[in-house]
Design a protein around this ligand. Structure first.
Ligand code: AMP
Length: 178
């Protein structure tokens, strides 16, 4: 008999809060207990995919590094390709790069120039939406390649940081909000 789908509250209970990591004032959302639980991990992927079915999505793009975990699993479930967006300097082939502002300084993400075909239908996935800088830069790279973002999906959204306002009018899904 199949087990009932876990509730978002049950998934939330498997995420550990680590105060002052990696620096003072940040409360880090540690997803490793969730990943270690087969039932909760699989349900998280199903909920992040929503109503998308195989054939509706050409590629799932994941953001370095925890986004890869969810995006790769989602890609396999959707019979779609997986495309990594990585921190600058990690991808071996020719890349496009996009920088974005951090609280102090800037960061840069990159994608292979041939990673997506123009017109590809893409789901963009990361573990967590905070200020939206990372996802916004990733979205710029996807659009630069001529692909279409159907939806951005996050396991966690830190609502108080208002990241959505940096992401335009693209549909955004998040499972858990804080
Ligand atoms: P941002 O660009 O501010 O939206 O930050 C999102 C990225 O930073 C994601 O790739 C997250 O993995 C990571 N991140 C930001 N804040 C946290 C947090 N409190 N806990 C875990 N990861 C975080």
């Amino acid at each position: 008999m199949s087990q009932p789908l876990p509730s978002p509250a049950e998934i939330a209970a498997a995420i550990r809060n680590i105060p002052d990591f990696p620096k003072p004032g940040i409360q880090f959302k540690d997803i490793t207990p969730l990943l270690a639980d087969a039932r909760l991990f699989s349900a998280s992927i199903d909920l992040m995919i929503g109503d998308y079915k195989p054939g509706m999505v050409d590629a799932v793009v994941g953001i370095d590094a925890r986004g890869f975990i969810f995006a790769a699993a989602a890609a396999a479930k959707l019979h779609a390709g997986f495309i990594p967006i990585r921190k600058k300097g990690k991808l071996p082939f020719q890349t496009h790069e996009q920088s974005y502002d951090l609280e102090y300084g800037t960061a840069t993400v990159a994608v292979h120039v041939d990673a997506l075909k123009p017109g590809s239908r893409v789901l963009l996935i990361d573990d967590l939406l905070a200020t939206g800088g990372t996802a916004g830069a990733a979205a710029s790279l996807i659009r630069k390649l001529g692909a279409e973002i159907l939806e951005m999906s996050f396991l966690i959204e830190l609502k108080f940081l208002d990241g959505r306002k940096r992401l335009g009018d693209c549909p955004i899904r998040s499972l858990l909000s804080y």
